[in-house]
Design a protein around this ligand. Structure first.
Ligand code: F6P
Length: 380
């Protein structure tokens, strides 16, 4: 038996722990394991598929990033090919990927990824590749699993950062606005905002009203604290408005065509196909200062939330996912993804796993806890 592992999409603390659990569990069964570098790109590079042994995964459980490298470009389902006239057409090249696995005599793939990478895995599975998926994303937005590894590490990092903002905000009597990751889900902002006792938390699931959040800030200045902490998920938006996107070239496939010639062997030219969220923190800071007259600063915590090693919870979850993925391969249960359904790690069909995103329930207990302890969501 020869299996391959790859890591795709944005990195998340815990990827290396999954890789280690897969390699150790599989070698224990006498299988051969190889790692594909940078998602699927390595399949088409001379040294892009590497043997993974007990030695190659020694001492990596606690390390951030991924020893295999990752990419959120290069989607083989939607690969940009430049036409004669210079325009770009998106093509499905997944058959070539499946063929490459066959040529290399790889019996199964364990694909570690978020919703984008798992959609690719699901499509490859439908084309006949034996695949088991492992869910990964700091955003925690996959509906099929209670939690993804990396999320709690990101929350811990963000909580510490917000905690540190309190003293400087108080010292300067300022409003501090911190923008956190999470895309269209507000999980990181909600968890970190409540744990770090923000005054206002803005999440995409609850469109905010600028008047309401400025009223909350003014109230804090009138009542005594004299400073305020605002946590904004990057996908948050004003009621009646829309999310804020980063300016400049986007990672969408249409924005890049340079290395995307038909017949090329690499899946290197495609973007993630998603516009990049960002800028809500800055925008809010300007609006808050203008409306309330209180000095306001903003910061974007950005990739610090993805960097560094996993906390104990994520290490353990990642090791459990890696071990469970090998069990599924061993049982011949392909086209599935491992998922945490406490107290067990179970298998769910990949198709079902990628069907829905998990958003914050707006009447869930954490939102209610926040409201009960006086945190505002900028609601009217
Ligand atoms: O999906 C994980 C995530 O970190 C999001 O929270 C964020 O919007 C995005 O990835 C950033 O991706 P990039 O790696 O392109 O900066």
């Amino acid at each position: 038996m020869k299996i391959a592992i790859n890591t795709g999409g944005g990195d998340a603390p815990g990827l290396n722990a999954v890789v280690r659990a897969v390699v150790l569990s599989a070698t224990k069964l006498g299988w051969e394991v190889c790692g594909i570098r940078r998602g699927y790109q390595g399949l088409f590079e001379e040294d892009g598929v590497v043997a993974l042994t007990r030695d190659s995964v020694r001492g990596i459980t606690h390390l951030g990033g991924t020893i295999l490298g990752t990419t959120n470009r290069g989607n083989p389902l939607s690969w940009p090919v430049e036409r004669e006239d210079g325009t770009v057409e998106l093509q499905d090249r997944s058959e070539e990927v499946v063929e490459e696995f066959r040529r290399r005599e790889i019996d199964a793939l364990i694909a570690i990824g978020g919703d984008g990478s798992l959609q690719i895995a699901s499509a490859l599975s439908e084309k006949g590749l034996p695949v088991v998926g492992v869910p990964k994303t700091i955003d925690n937005d996959l509906a099929a699993t209670q939690v993804t590894f990396g999320f709690h590490t990101a929350v811990a990092t963000a909580t510490e950062a917000i905690g540190r903002l309190h003293s400087t905000a108080e010292a300067h009597s300022r409003v501090m606005v911190v923008e956190l990751m999470g895309r269209t889900a507000g999980w990181i902002a909600l968890y970190a905002g409540v744990a770090a006792t923000a005054d206002i938390i803005l999440i995409p699931e609850i469109p905010y009203h600028l008047d309401a959040l400025c009223a909350k800030i003014n109230e804090r200045y009138e009542r005594g604290p004299g400073f305020a902490i605002v946590v904004a998920g990057e996908g948050a938006f004003e009621a009646g408005g829309s999310p804020t996107f980063q300016e400049g070239p986007q990672t969408g496939a249409s924005a890049r065509s340079g290395s995307a010639r038909s017949g090329g062997a690499r899946f290197g030219g495609a973007g993630s196909g998603r516009a990049r969220l960002g800028g809500i923190g800055d925008k809010l800071a300007r609006q808050i200062e203008e409306r309330t007259g209180h000095e306001t600063r903003s910061l974007v915590l950005g990739h610090l939330q993805r960097g560094g090693g996993p906390i104990a919870y994520d290490r353990l979850l990642a090791l459990r996912f890696g071990s469970a993925a090998v069990e599924l391969v061993s049982d011949g249960r392909f086209g599935c993804m491992v998922a945490l359904r406490p107290p067990e790690v179970l298998a769910v069909p990949l198709k079902e796993a990628v069907a829905n995103l998990k958003l914050v329930p707006t009447d869930g207990d954490i939102v209610r806890t926040a409201r009960n302890i006086g945190i505002s969501f900028g609601e009217e």
